[in-house]
Design a protein around this ligand. Structure first.
Ligand code: DAT
Ligand code: MG
Length: 149
């Protein structure tokens, strides 16, 4: 099944939104396979956000993502990347639909609570940045047959 990387960013952790983010993804039916609280180093941040290097918001983005602890997770489901992107809502929270994480909890692009990988290739790259293979837990839930076809 597909994997995607989700971060609750420093603003989400500070605002006590780790629980709501996890709850939404759990209740949707995705399976959590890895999770930790950590500080992101400048080095790791520059790798994670390498595609944005040179953009006007890049330095501020690195300041923000390294400004406090984040919760980093890997979630599993068929089509996990797209499912999580939709659940997160638009990058600019002002444009995010109500019912999405950003649409319900955020207002500004530089304080948008969550990160989710944007493709399967990006997901594989990002998961490799944050986790070693042994940290992904293969497990089953008794409810899985009621969630996964
Ligand atoms: P997303 O986080 O939805 O994948 P992205 O990968 O395009 O969005 O950008 C990464 C983060 O960078 C985004 O969550 C917020 C910030 N960002 C993106 N575009 C921005 C902009 N035009 N001005 C300020 N911050 C921006
Ligand atoms: Mg992105």
């Amino acid at each position: 099944m597909d994997h995607t990387l989700v971060l609750v960013k420093p603003d989400g952790v500070q605002r006590g939104l780790v629980g709501p983010v996890i709850t939404r993804l759990e209740q949707r039916g995705l399976r959590l396979v890895a999770m930790k609280l950590m500080m992101i180093s400048r080095e790791l941040a520059s790798q994670h956000y390498g595609v944005h290097e040179g953009k006007p918001f890049y330095d501020g983005l690195l300041d923000y993502i390294t400004s406090g602890p984040v919760v980093v997770m890997v979630w599993e489901a068929a089509g996990a990347v797209a499912v999580v992107r939709k659940a997160m809502g638009a990058t600019r929270p002002a444009e995010a639909e109500p019912g999405t994480i950003r649409g319900d909890y955020a207002l500004e692009v530089g304080r948008n609570i969550v990160h989710g990988s944007d493709s399967q290739e990006t997901a594989a790259f990002e998961i490799g940045l944050f986790f070693s293979d042994g940290e992904l837990v293969e497990w089953g839930r008794s409810v899985d047959r009621w969630v996964f076809e």
